[in-house]
Design a binder for this molecule. Structure first.
Ligand code: ADP
Ligand code: MG
Length: 366
């Protein structure tokens, strides 16, 4: 059978079934943002790993090495955030083609450690080898949480309200702008922006302080340097308000699908409520698709998508985190998008799926 017949998630389900072994110390194994493993009576170890492959997840034409390092840390930190945990230690493994200069590797680690340090996460090891083809990056992140506060993907119940932090679609739109050659005013004033092949890899750096002056540059920044919502994830978990949570790595339609599938529920999203940034709306003329498309299918926003039972809404309000209510959980297993006059259309998971080509924008780590 071809991998494309079952897709990435079909394959993961098959591995999960084949290797399943119940253990009293595995609270959550395959199937969530991170594994949850008992290490002390009240404390759990969170473990997650993600690979970034040149030509699949990133293209060195559109990124600098500092941003690549930053993003490699961000995608893993985001999975710990989605469990409501605290990141602690990480390991990085690199398979390096000979064409990559030492400076580029060091620039990668500057970006990686800049973000890791912000979250008090320490690099404790990894592996380095040569690659005959593309650059391969693998990051493993270990975190911790109180056993009682972990927020799994499985807890959503009918009637729960669906929330998302921040805004959606920016990163997917940012990648499209990069691919179409738009870099935004200001990029390249300190080193060249991505896409300039005249520079050796590793010495390019994007000057975001000035680049941020334009909406398009802001979208590009969200693609290159995503901000994992670690603090918000922890506060949501500690408050006990969230019944389920996942990070938006694949796009809202796919990540809500994962959450619904794991919880055995359906969902109705209000199309008008989905939070879109001013930068995305202002850049609409430069994009091939309407802004909502990037929110549903774009991916790589690394915002948190979570559900809250009505009885716990006050706890969420007390946190003062920038969140938007975007719909509600329903019985059944279908997802719908509802417009302002109440018309419903079915939503399919249209985010990135390795082996199945379901979209043509941001690719995300597995
Ligand atoms: P995320 O997008 O949050 O990183 P993934 O969709 O990559 O999550 O993975 C979903 C679940 O499947 C996770 O629990 C992950 O650890 C597990 N998983 C993915 N690939 C494999 C594999 N090859 N072997 C074992 N488990 C895997
Ligand atoms: Mg995740």
């Amino acid at each position: 059978m071809k991998l494309s017949n079952i897709g990435e998630f079909g394959l993961i389900h098959a591995v999960q079934k084949l290797s399943f072994q119940s253990s009293p110390d595995t609270m959550i194994g395959i199937g969530d943002d991170a594994a949850v493993l008992k290490i002390a009576p009240a404390t759990v170890l969170l473990a997650t790993t993600d690979m970034l492959i040149e030509g699949v997840h990133f293209d060195l034409t559109y990124t600098d090495f500092y941003s690549l390092g930053w993003k490699s840390a961000a995608v893993n930190l985001s999975d710990i955030a989605a469990m409501g945990g605290k990141p602690r230690f990480c390991l990085t493994s690199l398979a390096l083609p000979a064409r990559i200069p030492v400076e580029a590797v060091l620039d990668f680690y500057q970006g990686f450690t800049a973000l890791a340090r912000k979250h008090k996460t320490i690099l404790v090891g990894g592996d380095t080898c040569s690659s005959k083809d593309g650059l391969v990056i693998s990051v493993t992140l270990l975190g911790e949480a109180k056993k009682q506060t972990v927020v799994p993907r499985t807890g959503a119940k009918r009637g729960d309200r669906i929330f998302v932090t921040g805004t959606l679609g920016d990163a997917g739109a940012g990648l499209e702008l990069l691919k179409s050659g738009v870099r935004g005013r200001g990029s390249g004033s300190r080193g060249q922006g991505p896409g300039d092949r005249s520079q050796k890899p590793g010495v390019r750096r994007i000057a975001f302080h000035s680049a941020l002056r334009t909406p398009r540059s802001a979208l590009i920044q969200r693609h290159l340097r995503p901000v994992p919502r670690v603090e918000w994830g922890r506060r949501l978990a500690l408050s006990g308000c969230a019944s389920s949570m996942i990070d938006v790595s694949d796009g809202l339609s796919s990540d809500l699908f994962h959450l619904c599938e794991e919880s055995g529920v359906g969902a109705v999203l209000l199309s008008e409520a989905i939070p879109l940034s001013r930068s995305l709306l202002k850049s609409a003329d430069f994009l091939n698709e309407p802004p909502l498309h990037y929110a549903l299918s774009g991916g790589e926003d690394y915002e948190l998508l979570f559900t809250v039972p009505l009885s716990r809404m006050k706890r969420l309000e007390a946190l003062h985190i920038p969140v938007t209510e975007i719909g509600r959980i329903t019985a059944g297993n279908e997802m719908f998008l509802m417009n302002t006059v109440g018309r419903k259309t079915a939503v399919r998971p249209t985010g990135y799926n390795h082996f199945k080509r379901t979209r043509n924008c941001a690719k995300r780590p597995t």
